[in-house]
Design a protein around this ligand. Structure first.
Ligand SMILES: [Zn+2]
Length: 310
């Protein structure tokens, strides 16, 4: 029996899992994500050691990962750029390692043991600090000419919009990620239209987070529900653009926000149906939550060695 380790490098924490051949999680460990390049390699080796021994290692990273295992840029992990991650890990561990984009890893897991099993054309979208994505087309996970497929969070939806960590303006993730939801909540709180969430934040509008907005919405607060509806519309706008481009049968939503389940998914489903191009003349793409939840990236990273991609 082979034992595989997968590590998902997130904006704030790294999650490592040890898998057996069936994809069953035997153990998991978490560590904070470091901000410095050399610390990242050391942290990954530390997690590997804590979970090991194992026969292989795969790592998912939120950024541009080349086919050669080079991490070119990762806007949510500051100071990491042009890092030959695969080679550095192989050197430290004494055997090969596989590296890919974190959302592509999540798609690999969902299409192997999750909710995209049997699908030929599916798009996975992670709603977290930013937005990540993976594309399954014709039954094959797509990688593009460089390995950069799926950077849908940085599709520009408003050229005059807010600054993005990628250095440009008005990217989709500025309107449809977890940080965007928190931003919409703070703006409404400061305008005085979100008293329930402000009370939950201890009375200070500048301290309102996405969690305060969703807690108020769960309690039935109309203003908070309106924020979630507006947020769902922004997510829907992006999903409709992706539908026009890729014609998927299925969207899988992953990332931290989908832990909120119906509270977040129902407004998105509503707006996807409302905004779809030629809705009477096409089957509407299904919308499902990642079955593996927040572990999808780590499980898929463990499945990277030997996987088929194009
Ligand atoms: Zn951007």
């Amino acid at each position: 029996m082979s034992r595989r380790i997968g590590i998902d490098v997130g904006g704030t924490k790294c999650l490592g899992v040890l898998l057996d051949d069936d994809g069953t999680i035997l153990a998991e460990e978490r560590r904070p994500t470091p901000k410095e390049t050399d610390e990242l390699v050391a942290r990954l080796c530390e997690l590997y050691g804590a979970l090991g021994p194992a026969d292989s290692l795969g790592v998912g990273v939120p950024g541009l990962v080349t086919r050669q295992g080079m991490l070119r840029a990762a806007p949510h992990i500051t100071k990491v750029a042009d890092l030959p991650l695969r080679d550095l890990l192989a050197e430290r561990l004494g055997h090969d390692a596989s590296i890919d984009n974190d959302a592509t890893c999540a798609l690999l897991a969902e299409s192997t043991v999750g909710n995209a099993q049997g699908a030929r054309d599916a798009v996975l979208v992670t709603l977290g600090t930013g937005i990540g994505g993976g594309v399954l087309a014709g039954g094959v996970i797509q990688r593009g000419s460089n390995g950069f497929v799926g950077e849908m969070g940085h599709m520009v939806v408003d050229p005059e919009g807010p600054d993005c960590p990628c250095g440009r303006r008005g990217c989709w993730e500025r309107f449809a990620s977890g940080s965007a939801l928190a931003h919409f909540g703070r703006v409404a709180a400061e305008e005085g239209t979100l008293p329930t969430a402000v009370a939950l934040a201890g009375g200070d509008p500048s301290q309102v987070t996405g969690e305060h907005v969703t807690a108020a919405a769960r309690a039935g607060d109309e203003a908070a529900l309106a924020i979630l509806d507006g947020f769902g519309r922004w997510v829907g706008i992006g999903l409709v653009n992706l539908t026009n481009l890729l014609d998927p049968e299925l969207f899988i939503l992953g990332g931290g926000l989908v832990e909120l389940r119906d509270l977040i998914v129902e407004p998105i489903r509503h707006w996807l149906g409302q905004l779809l191009y030629a809705p009477s003349f096409r089957p509407h793409p299904r919308l499902e939550i990642a079955r593996l939840g927040q572990r999808a990236g780590a499980v898929g990273a463990a499945m990277l060695p030997g996987s088929v991609r194009s």
